[in-house]
Design a protein around this ligand. Sequence first.
Ligand SMILES: NC(=O)c1ccc[n+]([C@@H]2O[C@H](COP(=O)([O-])OP(=O)(O)OC[C@H]3O[C@@H](n4cnc5c(N)ncnc54)[C@H](O)[C@@H]3O)[C@@H](O)[C@H]2O)c1
Length: 270
Amino acid sequence: MAYNLLKGKKGIIFGALDENSIAWKTALACHAEGAELVLTNAPIALRMGTINKLAEITGAPVIPADVTSNDDVANLFTKSMEHFGGGVDFILHSIGMSINVRKGKHYTENDYDFTHKGLDISALSLHRVLAIAMKMDAINEWGSVVALSYIAAQRIFPDYNDMADNKAYLESIARNFGYQYGIKKHVRINTVSQSPTRTTAGSGVKGFDGFISYAEKMSPLGNADAEQCANYCVTLFSDLTKMVTMQNLFHDGGFSFTGVSQAVIEQMEK
Ligand SMILES: NC(=O)c1ccc[n+]([C@@H]2O[C@H](COP(=O)([O-])OP(=O)(O)OC[C@H]3O[C@@H](n4cnc5c(N)ncnc54)[C@H](O)[C@@H]3O)[C@@H](O)[C@H]2O)c1
């Protein structure tokens, strides 16, 4: 059901690779709520993924941008502002990648070139996007920026590897830039800490099946899926959440505040 929550709003969605991507579902939800969109991803992801199908459904142009490149991000804002005839009202940062995870490098034996690259893509990119947007005055008054995070930023999930550090840094940037952009232009910036979700990035984590069923058993409401995450992002882009900023918001069915659940106790007693 649509409520026209984003009628008249214009947004940029980073990170839709295929139909499993959280960004894909968020683009669909924003479109259903009346938003106009620009879609973007790294050039290689545009070649490997299926973003053109999403572009057709949502009537959105696709503008390539590698988030580790200042020039690409600046070009993305220039083209988006031309397309919209002005600034944007919301941005979804749905980007994550760890080469250490991909190559199976244990946390204690991380390759620092991989660490640097992963940090640049997964966390610093939020700073880059916000800094360039601020310089170009690309986000409208009371705009909203959401980046996706995971609870490994606060608690240990060993196989999440250096992505845990990346998420901690990402959440810190959301707080610090949230202050700066808040005083400058009432732009709000939050992270949404999502349940484990079956996507290309998610399934790349070692032991993901065990991981996702443990979280399901530990969450009183069960795991939140990608569509539910998309709906939550819509509320954060809408005018109904105007005074929420600099927060890390758990969207995880209650996992983050559950010490132990009956289901897990029963499992341990077997
Ligand atoms: N899937 C999960 O279990 C889960 C849980 C919590 C948070 N998250 C976060 O959600 C976000 C989206 O991930 P997803 O699960 O939808 O997986 P996904 O693989 O569909 O999305 C990750 C995206 O990052 C993009 N990307 C990678 N390098 C890039 C670069 N250099 N420039 C631009 N884009 C680049 C990829 O092309 C891809 O579209 C990530 O931040 C992820 O960490 C995922």
